[in-house]
Design a protein around this ligand. Structure first.
Ligand SMILES: Cc1cc2nc3c(=O)[nH]c(=O)nc-3n(C[C@H](O)[C@H](O)[C@H](O)COP(=O)(O)OP(=O)(O)OC[C@H]3O[C@@H](n4cnc5c(N)ncnc54)[C@H](O)[C@@H]3O)c2cc1C
Length: 304
């Protein structure tokens, strides 16, 4: 991100909340389950599958984790009632990973069970590197009991090839989301060069597909979309063996291109009252949006 954009982005927490809400609207599926349902329905009408993710992480009290479990249970009920094509994705630290691993496991287990009863699926997001080992262990333990649970792997982590190889030795090939990774990690832990991360993404994708895993190819990087499409074509993979995944509001034109090429695509739709800190993070990430913010700051009537 250019220096000016970065400087402006760092000032974003000072920007009035209603303004952030207006700019962030395309990236958030709403604050309530009703708003989420409307957004998921729109995605389905556009030909996309969806994944509902409640905003929140790093909870410090069991009550907050309990609230997250209840929230996700009501989402699963709403998805079933409205016959929506959507699963859910959850952050282990939102379910209490940093409080107690057994407590987090029990919470995940409750969600896996609620999802299984409704023929649905729980994706476990991958958070920063301090969570990787514990998250993989949670996934492995859940898979002893549930086959409707999947994991995420980050291509920027140096350890990911080993983690992928461990996943591919499971009795049945797991369902894996492959993404680049979004957290700031030390150089000893994560690759920093864009080209290496891209090449590692392709390497891991090939290993996962070769092992028979179902892969969620989560990227907005058109180079990676092209490399993945090339592998899919060479392997003559049936569309039921993989899906592309993108975030709500990001690169809608690329979304259309992927769908028109005949691939399946799932859009992750974040929702919940915690939309504000999430929005500030998204705005920091994308310089193009930051530019809109700058323009709007100097012509406020456009946002009135
Ligand atoms: C469905 C999905 C699930 C994910 N799950 C995880 C996870 O569990 N753990 C994890 O660490 N990371 C996760 N990520 C984030 C991922 O690791 C990357 O940080 C993010 O997708 C950006 O990488 P990229 O491959 O899209 O390529 P980039 O080269 O970073 O992005 C390509 C272009 O897309 C746009 N863009 C990308 N991301 C955003 C954004 N967030 N907001 C606005 N514009 C954006 C930018 O214009 C950018 O130029 C997930 C991403 C997706 C799509």
């Amino acid at each position: 991100m250019p220096l000016v954009d970065r400087a402006i982005a760092s000032l974003l927490p000072l920007v009035p909340k209603p303004f952030v809400r207006a700019v962030a609207r395309p990236y958030i599926a709403g604050e309530t389950v009703a708003e989420l349902v409307a957004a998921l329905t729109r995605l389905n009408h556009d030909g996309c599958m969806a994944a509902a993710g409640m905003l929140g992480e790093l909870v410090e009290s069991p009550d907050e984790a309990e609230a997250a479990v209840r929230g996700y249970q009501s989402v699963l009920e709403a998805i079933e009632r409205r016959n929506i094509e959507s699963n859910i994705h959850v952050k282990p630290t939102h379910l209490g990973l940093k409080i107690d691993e057994t407590f987090c496991f029990e919470n995940l287990r409750r969600l896996a069970e609620a999802a299984r009863e409704r023929d649905n699926f729980v994706r476990i997001d991958m958070e920063d590197a301090s969570c990787t080992t514990a998250t993989l262990a949670l996934h492995a333990r859940l898979r002893e009991e549930f086959d409707n649970v999947g994991i995420a792997i980050q291509a920027y982590l140096r350890r990911s090839l080993d983690d992928v190889r461990a996943l591919t030795t499971m009795p049945t090939p797991p369902n894996v989301r492959l993404c680049k990774g979004v957290y700031i990690e030390p150089r000893t832990v994560a690759y920093r060069q864009r080209e290496i991360i891209q090449d590692n993404f392709v390497w891991l994708l090939q290993e996962l597909l070769d092992a028979g895993c179902y892969v969620g190819i989560a990227t907005h990087d058109e180079h990676l979309v092209w490399r993945a499409a090339q592998i899919i074509d060479r392997m003559r993979l049936d569309p039921s063996r993989y899906e592309f995944q993108m975030l709500l509001g990001v690169q809608p034109s690329l979304r259309r291109i992927i769908l028109d090429a005949g691939h399946r695509l799932r859009v992750a739709a974040p929702f919940g009252p915690q939309w504000y800190p999430y929005s500030v993070r998204r705005l920091r990430k994308n310089p193009a949006i930051v530019k809109h913010v700058i323009q709007a700051m100097f012509s406020r009537e456009r946002w009135a």
